[in-house]
Design a protein around this ligand. Structure first.
Ligand code: AMP
Length: 417
């Protein structure tokens, strides 16, 4: 299928061609005609599938066509794109700018952690599309800098993460401020009961699109694990980075502190590293991401929340230095590689403590992940993980014990391994 058959205007097609996209991705091929036809959408799609263009391109088209449902007060926005994180907000805004550059459609992005004034000024100039994180949007509405009564189109991007991050109340408040009649598009990588409930209350006879099996990671990503003692992870990572001649690598840790510590160690080993986590200021995060995208640093160490929505083209390696507690986060993490047709590899370093997390992830994926042997020269330099303490078997209190002759074999104390 060609982009030209989808019903998009010349101005939009030109921008798409400038991006070098040869044909629509599966989600784009399904979503674009449906959105142009005015339907609500429920899309199961992760980052890497081309979902941003799947909603942005038809949204731009509908705005150009000027079909209006609600009265627009002054120069208030007509489309609202809600996203969970600042990084995703910045990224969606960049996509809207790129795809809409020949259309004259104006957009602004608002998110917390940076000054209010430039955002207020952008809103005052008048915009068509507003991309926002929920908290900052409510601040701006509260201070009457933005009026949502002219919204004809609502997009919820990464709705699952929005709920995971506790935005449900903000979301409900925002929904209460929107006109009743509008077109709604909901994108989510995973579908929990809460997401289904949200979708049921929000969407009107939606078209459901699922481009990858539910909760399944991008097919092009090869996944594997190394079972390695906790104390050997850093040496193994350094070994893989240098011996494997890995290029750009995104490394996930579970905590901000862990991210800082690992980055310092890798820096001492001579790698070019940047860190991105929730305690970093917005400008530090933007700089780290820019340095990584421009290949000035080879390794970006990140926590889950900070990395949400990062769009890094041609990222060959993702490393789970520590496994996430929530198995769906694993799918999100590895969705950073193998994007839009490129091959990728996701490698997890798993110590003895993390066996339960690995089991949960494999259950979600529906398969075991192949394990590589850890090179002997690394194993010989590190201490094995301590074996879990033996659980002492408590003797039964006398009053509860039964005569040995009546005990079934299941009551015999089992040897604790
Ligand atoms: P997304 O899933 O929206 O985060 O997009 C993932 C990546 O795919 C981005 O880097 C886009 O630039 C790229 N992309 C989107 N649509 C296409 C397409 N039709 N062909 C090739 N790459 C695309």
């Amino acid at each position: 299928m060609a982009f030209t058959s989808l019903g998009l205007s010349e101005d939009i097609l030109r921008a798409v061609a400038e991006q070098g996209y040869a044909s629509p991705t599966p989600i784009q091929a399904q979503a674009i005609p449906a959105v142009l036809g005015g339907r609500d959408l429920l899309a199961a799609a992760q980052t890497g599938t081309g979902k941003t263009a799947a909603f942005t391109l038809p949204l731009l088209q509908r705005l150009i066509e000027g079909t209006r449902v609600n009265d627009r007060p002054g120069r208030a926005p007509r489309a609202l794109v809600l996203v969970p994180t600042r990084e995703l907000a910045a990224q969606v805004s960049e996509s809207v700018r790129v795809y809409g550059r020949h259309t004259g459609i104006r957009a602004a992005v608002v998110f917390g952690g940076v000054g209010l004034q430039p955002q207020v000024a952008a809103l005052r100039r008048g915009i068509d599309i507003l991309i926002a994180t929920p908290g900052r949007l409510l601040d701006l509405v509260g201070q009457r800098h933005v009026n949502l009564s002219g919204i004809d189109f609502l997009v919820l991007d990464e709705a699952d993460r929005m709920l995971d991050m506790g935005f449900i109340h903000d979301l409900k408040r925002i929904l209460g401020l929107l006109p009743k009649v509008r077109q709604n598009l909901l994108f989510s990588a995973t579908f929990s009961e809460d997401i289904r409930k949200l979708a049921a209350g929000l969407l009107h006879q939606p078209l459901s699109i699922e481009v990858a099996p539910r909760n399944a990671p991008a097919e092009l990503v090869s996944q594997s694990v190394y079972h390695v003692p906790k104390t050997g992870k850093q040496v193994l990572l350094a070994h893989l980075l240098s011996h494997g001649r890995w290029g750009q690598t995104l490394v996930f840790t579970r905590t901000k502190h862990g991210a800082n510590r690992l980055a310092e160690q890798l820096d001492r080993n001579g790698f070019r590293v940047a860190v991105i986590h929730g305690n970093k200021s917005q400008s530090a995060r933007t700089q780290a991401l820019a340095a990584f995208k421009e290949d000035r640093v080879q390794i970006l160490v990140a926590t889950d929340i900070a990395a949400r929505g990062l769009d890094i083209q041609q990222l060959p390696h993702v490393v789970n230095y520590e496994l996430p507690h929530v198995p769906e986060d694993y799918v999100h993490r590895i969705g950073r590689t193998g994007r839009a047709g490129a091959d990728g590899a996701a490698v997890s370093l798993v110590c003895a403590d993390e066996a339960p997390q690995l089991r949960d992830i494999e259950r979600l994926l529906g398969r075991r992940l192949p394990a590589h042997p850890v090179p002997e020269e690394i194993l010989s330099t590190v201490k094995a993980d301590p074996t879990p303490p033996r659980t002492p078997i408590k003797p039964m209190p006398r009053s509860e014990s039964r005569p040995a002759s009546r005990r079934g074999s299941s009551n015999l104390p089992r040897r604790v391994l």
